[in-house]
Design a protein. Structure first.
Length: 260
């Protein structure tokens, strides 16, 4: 039994490694294309703005609601224990580390996955199955440039903006709840100053880096899954596989940045 499991693992690991290498190559190609001004012609810019509206602007209510709940549950609790034990520096450091470096990018990444990643899966798999990608290629239009680039490029921008919104709303809602409960020992301006100081120099780099990397990872994973699943079995729904892969990519990206 152990020999059979080892043999299956031997075939499974190289497949995942090659898929990760392919995803890295696609991500690098999209990054190079995004830096070229010639890539951003009017149709590409229009598609980028459309997808950014769907992914970022329309996700603002969900991100704001989640930030309020997390702020009330985490920040207000931290201020409550601060009132009980008086460990000012320790409590604020934990709040900054847990909320800003860990919770914000992961939770926003999952919301962006549900809003934008699954949309990429649905649209591109439909285009692939219906032959629109082949039609664009036959007309001399690169589908990778006209279809994939604006959609994937919109995700890291949406991730960055929504992560900043999440952090601000979570802290303000947490402080408001603490003030309502009478456990806010600091005035609002002192609270903001203390939280900013508690983030540290690395915190200002970790959150943007995680947000951008998670956005790229979700976009690339959903792009590859939408294309390959319909190529293998046209009757198979790519959403479950794409969702699972994107969630794993989110945790992998945040874990790599945290480790570094």
């Amino acid at each position: 039994m152990s020999g059979l499991a080892l043999e299956r693992l031997r075939h499974w690991v190289p497949g995942w490694l090659s898929w990760l290498a392919l995803a890295g190559g696609v991500g690098a190609a999209l990054f190079v294309l995004a830096l070229r001004p010639s890539s951003w012609r009017r149709p590409v810019r229009g598609e980028f703005v459309r997808f950014l509206d769907l992914t970022a602007w329309r996700a603002v209510p969900a991100v704001t609601g989640a930030a309020v709940l997390i702020g009330i549950g985490l920040v207000a609790q931290g201020l409550y224990w601060l009132e009980r034990f008086g460990e000012l520096e320790t409590v604020y450091t934990i709040l900054a580390t847990v909320l800003i470096r860990e919770i914000a990018p992961v939770l926003v990444g999952l919301l962006v996955l549900g809003r934008g990643g699954l949309l990429i899966l649905g649209e591109l798999s439909t285009m692939q199955r219906g032959g629109q990608c082949r039609a664009l290629d036959a007309q001399g239009v690169d589908p990778f440039l006209a279809v994939a680039l604006p959609r994937v490029a919109a995700l890291p921008v949406a991730m960055f903006c929504l992560s900043m919104l999440f952090v601000v709303v979570a802290q303000l809602s947490g402080y408001a709840m603490a003030a309502a409960l009478g456990v806010a020992r600091l005035p609002p301006e002192r609270f903001v100053e203390t939280m900013i100081q508690s983030i540290g120099a690395q915190g200002y780099l970790v959150l943007p880096l995680k947000s951008l990397l998670i956005g790229v990872a979700i976009g690339v994973v959903c792009l590859l899954t939408a294309v390959e699943r319909w190529r293998e079995v046209e009757s198979e729904d790519p959403v479950p596989a794409g969702f699972l892969r994107a969630v794993l990519a989110t945790f992998l990206a945040t874990g790599l940045v945290s480790a570094l």
